[in-house]
Design a binder for this molecule. Structure first.
Ligand code: ADP
Length: 431
């Protein structure tokens, strides 16, 4: 190509000099003849530049550059080749994009691409079916205008997409969708929505089953416990051999009653996402009552239970649920701390929110158990439970109550030294 350029340039110069010499020989004015030839060449060059300029400004995508002669022909040819190469590369890229879009369009899950401000850029057909997006009129709209559920708005604004969000579909409230958002590129969002109605129905059936069984068992158990009590009240009419058996039966019946009550409470907590009442709760007074109950529970074990609670820090939520969670933590501290041990209860607020800490100098928990401690019926040591009368549901209840109040639970413990359970509530949950 360089050779062509140079050849064309030399040819042009030779032609120019030859034309100037001929004109000079005819007219006898060599200087004017050279000036005239140079002027002509300049004009021709300007004309070519103008043609190129016009083509660059107005050409259609597939229109080749104008034909040219000599040096300018070479320039136009090079541009034409560049143009063809770009077209081929663009074609290849478009084919890749088309294939990607075809495969995502065929997905049964909704795929939505949003820009950094949360405006819709692209979505597949499933997104139209599951989320009711309309093509093309919804393009460029903020996603929170189209999925208007308050929990979605809160989830989207929060920017922490570690956990997925389950919500009813905006087009069909019998359908439950699970939303998952991933950030990519310059803060753009990739949102996936999946139909989890079936999983949700199975989960619902499991919850209903547990709730129904617990409920149905309550009546026969009340009858049995009632008769046992009557029998024990008339202990003098009973063969003394039965005395111990009856006492144990009564003990187990009362354990079963606590278990059923805990199961029913858990089922109730699971039935909704947020507590029905959202009133400011005076946690300091509640903790005072719990502390007194804990002292009574400690009885002859004489634990030293201290309470420091800031009366100015109040929490929005359900008093009954919070009482049940906090008393579970404090009673656990009493149950799992040997006689004379120390228990510290603290309630305070700071810029991160409100916090409750229950610290004991008890038997502690091996760190390997900590991740699973809040699971239902998870026990560190099952023989320990029989003596403390625990149901294994206490910490599961604590976890659920905290989730419903947007709180989190931090557990730390050293075996043989003691444990610390800290509940954290975000500032928006404070009254
Ligand atoms: P439980 O009704 O058995 O106490 P929880 O769910 O309240 O059930 O607690 C689960 C397990 O965690 C308990 O069995 C116990 O082993 C352990 N645990 C809970 N709190 C403490 C504590 N303060 N100190 C030591 N172990 C604890």
């Amino acid at each position: 190509m360089n050779q062509d350029w140079r050849g064309a340039l030399i040819r042009h110069l030779l032609l120019l000099i030859l034309a100037a010499a001929l004109l000079g020989a005819v007219t006898g004015q060599y200087g004017w003849a050279l000036a005239a030839c140079l002027g002509f060449y300049l004009g021709w060059t300007l004309w070519q530049v103008l043609r190129l300029h016009k083509w660059l400004k107005n050409h259609r995508d597939d229109e080749p550059p104008p034909d040219g002669y000599g040096l300018w022909g070479e320039v136009f040819d090079s541009i034409y080749h560049l143009q063809r190469r770009n077209e081929r590369a663009r074609g290849r890229l478009q084919a890749v994009i088309d294939r990607m879009q075809e495969s995502t369009a065929a997905l049964r899950d909704a795929v939505v691409m949003l820009d950094a401000d949360g405006n819709l850029e692209w979505w597949n057909i499933a997104a139209e079916r599951l989320l009711g997006l309309r093509s093309p009129q919804d393009g460029g709209q903020p996603v929170t205008n189209l999925i208007r559920h308050p929990r979605f708005k809160e989830y989207f604004a929060h920017g922490n997409y570690q956990e997925p969000l389950d919500l009813p579909s905006p087009v069909n409230d019998k359908q439950l969708l699970q939303f998952q958002i991933t950030l990519y590129g310059n803060g753009e969002h990739l949102m996936l929505a999946r139909d989890v109605t079936r999983v949700h129905l199975l989960e619902q059936m499991r919850k209903d089953f547990v709730a129904n069984v617990s409920h149905e068992l309550r009546t026969p158990l009340t009858v049995i416990a009632g008769y046992l009590e009557t029998l024990l009240d008339n202990v003098e009419n009973i063969n003394p051999r039965w005395n111990r058996a009856l006492q144990q039966m009564q003990q187990q019946a009362s354990r079963m009653k606590t278990l059923l009550n805990d199961l029913l409470l858990l089922a109730k907590l699971e039935a909704t996402d947020y507590p029905a009442d959202n009133k400011p709760v005076a946690v300091d007074l509640m903790l005072l009552a719990i502390r007194n109950d804990a002292q009574a529970l400690s009885g002859t074990n004489e634990h030293r239970i201290s309470l420091e609670a800031d009366p100015k820090v109040r929490l929005k939520g359900s008093e009954a649920e919070l009482r049940s969670a906090f008393s579970n933590l404090v009673f656990n501290a009493v149950k799992y701390t040997p006689a004379g041990g120390e228990i510290r209860i603290r309630w305070w607020g700071d810029e991160q929110g409100a916090h409750l800490s229950v610290q004991d100098s008890g038997i502690g928990i091996d760190p390997k158990h900590l991740p699973r401690l809040t699971e239902r019926f998870y026990r560190v040591d099952s023989s320990r439970n029989a003596s403390t009368g625990g149901t294994g549901l206490g910490l599961a209840i604590v976890k659920h109550v905290l989730i419903r109040h947007r709180g989190t639970l931090d557990i730390s413990s050293v075996l043989g030294k003691g444990s610390s359970f800290v509940c954290h509530f975000p500032p928006q949950q404070m009254a």
